[in-house]
Write a protein of this length. Structure first.
Length: 256
């Protein structure tokens, strides 16, 4: 059995495990991430050293999860002290620091035009690829539409575990949360489990650390900090980051 020590765990997840241990199964495996699906339909992310904290995320010093003797569908037991995957992998949580993903808010009236300028400059360097063009054009066609229409149209649109339309909605939700706009959309079950789980966490005000860091820099009018955070968001996945940034831009500039 391979044994490793986690370096960080989401404080909400730690509290949940203290209340009651969880049983889960291995959902999907990538080089820098391993996704678990709990019996209660919770998504838990084991992330490697190149990833950042986030909701229900545990950081693990593993450079390639694909090299471990872990397979999709394996049983997982999570307790406050450790994670055991089918007798193949044991992850100690005893020395893991707690990540508290507090999300900052402000009024939209207090914002300058600078964050929009920063985001547009970043997007100019990352044009949509050919397979992203249809979603991008659909997003542009939705300008001026009501938020419920935008969500109904885009959710589940695009290929992959996190479709581009959902990535855009994640960014949009983060900007709406930051500016204090109240909006509770329906999430029809026509997208992936992974993507729907991420959007549900966003609806409860819980976002990845890299997204929160952009808004923290924005609140402090830190242009360089916004640029750095925006560049890190752009680096998420093959195309996810671009659509998250596009959604943030829309939420800050297009949605009144």
């Amino acid at each position: 059995m391979i044994r490793v020590k986690a370096t960080s765990i989401d404080s909400h997840l730690r509290e949940a495990l203290i209340r009651e241990p969880m049983r889960a199964m291995v959902h999907s495996i990538f080089q820098h991430a391993l996704n678990l699906r709990s019996m209660g339909e919770k998504l838990i992310l084991l992330a490697g050293p190149f990833k950042l904290n986030g909701p229900d995320t545990i950081l693990v010093p593993c450079s390639d999860f694909r090299s471990l003797s872990v397979r999709q569908g394996m049983d997982v037991l999570l307790t406050p002290e450790e994670i055991k995957i089918n007798g193949s992998l044991l992850i100690s949580l005893k020395e893991a620091s707690l990540w508290k993903g507090d999300f900052l808010c402000c009024s939209k009236e207090s914002l300058s035009d600078e964050p929009g300028w920063v985001l547009r400059k970043l997007l100019e360097k990352r044009r949509p690829a050919k397979d992203e063009a249809a979603v991008y054009l659909k997003i542009q066609a939705l300008k001026g539409q009501e938020l419920p229409t935008i969500f109904r149209t885009l959710i589940g649109m695009g290929p992959g575990l996190t479709p581009a339309g959902d990535d855009f909605l994640l960014g949009l939700l983060s900007a709406l949360k930051f500016t204090g706009k109240s909006f509770i959309p329906e999430l029809p079950g026509r997208t992936s489990f992974l993507s729907q789980s991420i959007l549900r966490k966003a609806l409860s005000g819980r976002f990845p650390e890299v997204v929160s860091s952009f808004f923290r820099a924005l609140l402090h009018r830190d242009r360089e900090g916004m640029k750095r955070a925006g560049q890190r968001i752009l680096g998420i996945g093959a195309s996810s980051g671009r659509f998250i940034v596009e959604g943030i831009l829309w939420g800050l500039t297009c949605c009144s």
